[in-house]
Write a protein that binds this ligand. Structure first.
Ligand SMILES: [Zn+2]
Length: 287
């Protein structure tokens, strides 16, 4: 007999009870790769004659950490459990029971999860406990950045503009507003587009691609007359999209949640930036 529990991401067992309490908290972001799971360097970038399987992400899992978590499962299940640790994008947690054997596969983010989260994980996987599922749900939501990007970035990244350096800006914002916790977002100046003498009708000053984990900033902001605090504000806004994934409310996806807007206002020159944008919009459209 085979029973199967499979949680795909994005998933949300607690979504029906989602209310105000589910408003996403300011995450203290953990690095993507758990200290107990180390990514093997890309063999194409190393000169060592290493042999790797041709496909799939490569992670080293700290065997002690894996065994400790496996032991938690076994204590609760009162029988042998086989635990594997993955870097899956889609299946974050799976459980299969085959001929009495319990096999559990979990994303590496759980290896260094706090104790109460690991306990909830065990309760959820073994007993399908609802309260436990909420704890697990919340943990995955706040560790979403640790699930690897689904699409590699195409083309070179250009971070050094003529006037503004995006990498330097990103580093500054990360240190000041996010405690230096973001280590997995990319940034680039977007491609220059011609206006052919006609002013644009709209302009997208920044964008964030979840699948590439990439922030693109419009090159129109790389001008002498664009103050640094404004360009930084656009970067900060996109950085928040990386940190705060959309929430759902009444089945709709909310990109700029109340939490997002609150965090955005933490930007030191927020008012000034909004005012500058208002008074320079037409110039930006013509630039
Ligand atoms: Zn936005």
């Amino acid at each position: 007999m085979t029973s199967r529990l499979q949680l795909a991401f994005p998933w949300s067992p607690a979504s029906q009870v989602r209310g105000r309490s589910a408003a996403r908290r300011a995450p203290s972001k953990a690095p993507r790769i758990a200290p107990s799971a180390v990514r093997i360097p890309d063999p194409r970038l190393t000169e060592l004659p290493l042999q790797f399987a041709a496909t799939g992400p490569q992670i080293f899992v700290h065997e002690g950490a894996r065994q400790a978590l496996e032991r938690r499962f076994e204590l609760r299940a009162r029988r042998a459990v086989q635990l594997a640790v993955t870097d899956n994008r889609q299946r974050i947690i799976t459980r299969t029971v085959e001929r009495g054997r319990v096999r559990v596969r979990v994303h590496m983010m759980f290896l260094d999860a706090p104790e109460h989260v690991q306990e909830a994980l065990v309760g959820y996987v073994l007993l399908e406990d609802r309260d436990a599922s909420r704890v697990v749900d919340k943990f995955i939501a706040s560790n979403r950045h640790r699930i690897r990007a689904s699409r590699p970035v195409r083309g070179p990244l250009n971070t050094r503009g003529d006037v503004h350096d995006l990498l330097e800006t990103l580093g500054r914002l990360n240190a000041r507003y996010l405690g230096g916790s973001v280590d997995d977002v990319l940034i680039t100046w977007g491609r220059r587009t011609r206006t052919r003498g006609q002013p644009r009708r709209t302009i997208k000053l920044g964008s964030y691609s979840t699948s590439e984990r990439l922030i693109r900033i419009h090159p129109v902001l790389d001008r002498q007359w664009v103050p640094r605090y404004f360009m930084s504000y656009v970067v900060y806004h996109e950085l928040l999209h990386h940190v705060l994934p959309p929430t759902t409310q009444g089945g709709r996806s909310v990109v700029h949640s109340p939490e997002f807007l609150r965090r955005e206002r933490e930007y030191r020159y927020y008012e000034r930036a909004i005012e500058w944008e208002r008074s320079h919009l037409s110039r930006l459209l013509r630039a």
